[in-house]
Design a protein around this ligand. Structure first.
Ligand code: BTN
Length: 254
C-alpha cells in the first residue's frame, strides 16, 4: 500500500494536529533538503514533505540514510513554533513521540531512546531523527525536522547495518504506513504542546543510554565514561574514570 495524503489526513485528530499540508513525492533526493529549500523561500509552518524513496537521504554527522522503496516512513516537516528553543529539545521531543508511537504500535516494552536521537527496539535502531535550524529570506527562524522510521523493511535491507531493524523485523507484522504516519503526526503535535519537563522525564525513564559505559565521539576528541543522566537542558551527563562530569551537547554516543 502506498502512502496517501488523504488516508493520512482522515486519521489526524483535529483537536491536536493541523498538519493538513502534506506532499507525498514518489522519489526525491532528501525530504530534509526539499523542506529546507521551501522554508528558505518562506514555506509555511507545518508543511510536511513525505516520500517513498530518497536518492540522497541524509543522517546526522554527514552520514547517509538509506531505505528501500515503499517500506519506510520518510518525511520532513517545517516548524515555525516559538516553543521550540533548540535543535536538541526538538530532537528529544521527536524521540519521545516516536518512542511512544512505536511502543503502542508494536506492543513491545523495550522501545527506548538512545540519546540524542535514535529510537531502539531492544538493541537495534528502527528510527533516525535529523533536526536542522535555519533563517529564511525574511529573517524568520524555522526548524526542519526529518524522520526516517523503518516500518515494513525486510531483514535483507539491514545486511550492511547490523544495528538496524524495522517494526516488521521485530514483530513479524506488516503495518499500514498511512495509519502509522497519522498516529505519529498526532503524537508529535501533542508533544510540541507539552512542557519540556515532561518530555525530559520521558527521555530519562525510557533511556537506552543512561547507566551504560559510553564513548562519545566528538570528531576531534573522545570522552569515555558512564552516562549518568540527562540534564534540564537535554544534555547528556557522562562521568569519567576520575569522576569528572562532562556535559555532552552533541556527538556520537557509541
Ligand atoms: C540519523 O539517524 O542520523 C538521522 C536520520 C534521519 C533520516 C531522515 S529520512 C527523512 C529525512 N530526510 C533526510 O534526508 N533525512 C531525514
Amino acid at each position: 500500500m502506498y502512502l496517501e495524503r488523504e488516508k493520512i489526513i482522515e486519521k489526524l485528530n483535529p483537536a491536536v494536529c493541523n498538519w493538513q499540508s502534506i506532499l507525498v513525492l514518489e522519489s526525491t533526493g532528501s525530504t530534509n533538503k526539499e523542506a529546507y529549500d521551501l522554508a528558505m523561500i518562506g514555506g509555511g509552518a507545518n508543511t510536511v514533505i513525505m516520500t517513498e524513496y530518497q536518492t540522497a537521504g541524509r543522517g546526522r554527522m554527514n552520514r547517509s540514510w538509506e531505505a528501500g522503496k515503499g517500506n519506510s516512513i520518510l518525511f520532513s516537516i517545517i516548524l515555525r513554533d516559538k516553543r521550540i528553543t533548540s535543535p536538541g529539545v526538538l530532537m528529544l521531543t521527536a524521540a519521545a513521540s516516536l518512542r511512544e508511537t512505536v511502543a503502542e504500535i508494536t506492543g513491545r516494552d523495550d522501545v527506548l531512546i538512545k540519546w540524542p536521537n535514535d529510537v531502539f527496539i531492544g538493541a537495534k535502531k528502527c528510527c533516525g531523527i535529523l533536526a536542522q535550524a535555519g533563517v529564511d529570506k525574511k529573517g524568520d527562524s524555522f526548524y526542519v525536522l526529518g524522520i526516517g522510521l523503518n516500518v515494513n523493511n525486510a531483514l535483507e535491507e539491514f545486511s550492511n547495518l547490523p544495528q538496524g531493524t524495522s517494526l516488521f523485523v521485530e514483530t513479524g507484522h506488516k503495518y499500514n504506513r498511512n495509519e502509522v504516519a497519522a498516529k505519529l503526526f498526532n503524537k508529535l503535535s501533542k508533544k510540541f504542546g507539552e512542557n519540556i519537563e515532561n518530555i525530559l522525564a520521558e527521555c530519562r525513564d525510557f533511556s537506552y543510554t543512561i547507566g551504560r559505559e559510553v564513548c562519545v565521539d566528538q570528531q576531534n576528541k573522545e570522552i569515555r565514561g558512564k552516562a549518568v543522566g540527562i540534564d534540564d537542558d537535554g544534555f547528556l551527563i557522562v562521568l569519567d574514570s576520575d569522576n569528572v562530569a562532562h556535559k555532552i551537547i552533541c556527538g556520537d554516543v557509541l
